[in-house]
Design a protein around this ligand. Sequence first.
Ligand code: PEP
Ligand code: MN
Length: 356
Amino acid sequence: MFVVMKPNHSATDLKQVLKTLAASGFEARISATDDKIILNIEAADAKPLSGMFVQKISALSGVQDVVLAERKAVEKEIQVGNVIFGAGRFAVIAGPCAVESEAQTLRIAHAVKAAGAHVLRGGAFKPRTSPHSFQGLGPDGLKILDLARQETGLPIVTEVLDVRSVEVVSQFADLIQIGARNMQNYTLLKEVARQKKPVLLKRGMSATIDEWLMAADYILSGGNENVILCERGIRHFDKHTRFLLDLSAVPVVRSMSALPVIVDPSHASGRRDLIAPLARASLAAGASAVMIDVHDRPHEALCDGPQALLPAEFALLMESLRAMAPALNCVMDAENELRPFSALQGFASTPVGYQA
Ligand code: PEP
Ligand code: MN
């Protein structure tokens, strides 16, 4: 957490902030830029921050802003398998909403790999609104994803639904997904913080940006620094789309946090015809990646068929994203190799809207 002091704060203001932090066991490292004093706050025992505590600090005299999650001048790079997220790159995650069978998953995995996807998605544990809908293949689904990874070389992202499955999911996944419905499941957040794999944290469908970043802080302050945020649409009143894709969240989050932010236009819109335009808009808005549902037989899909692109449509979308990326100062490698950011000469290192 960072506390940004107002330009005109007094010495007494600063003293009071430091005293309040110290009284609750927080240490502050003070750094000064030309016009700002920023306090980098760490708990001596790495305990998570409570919302009440953040509010208390925000209300102190001389405090301009309390910034949740990590803020740095350069975006964080997060490695998923051999793919790097963040810091001027654009990656594409694609695959079926749910792992339905070995044959279905392998067909789609090969199709998205051929089109240039960087990571394979697929749910083995599915959070369904109705208990009567397909709930996923569970551990058998994880084994199918493992096979797809071996055949294609693509790293895997898959969702974990509950604390008791964290161990098995983290054994198989390269990136562990926390779904929108679990964004505020703090017990689960603390549990994924304890394991080593990077975490993809979806925004809750009714969560504010601050609540989303607070949820990320549970994982960061719990000991896992590798968090990727995913905007997936929020509740709204219109019937034409499933959720409202909040594209403004992308530059807002980038101005507040160093964590890469990605977009899922499939779950946001629920409509195949909207995925390509929304994916292109996500790249333009500064997202580090998009996550796209792809299915070769969407009419037979056991989950979310109407929001899956056909493989040929996905390949066309990939072509247009590859054409756009350089104009947006973004590297979209054929395969996102391990290139440290310092090697990407000439690409923007400063998040859009970053003002510290
Ligand atoms: C998913 O990505 O499979 C999913 C269930 O998404 P969300 O949690 O955003 O609804
Ligand atoms: Mn889905």
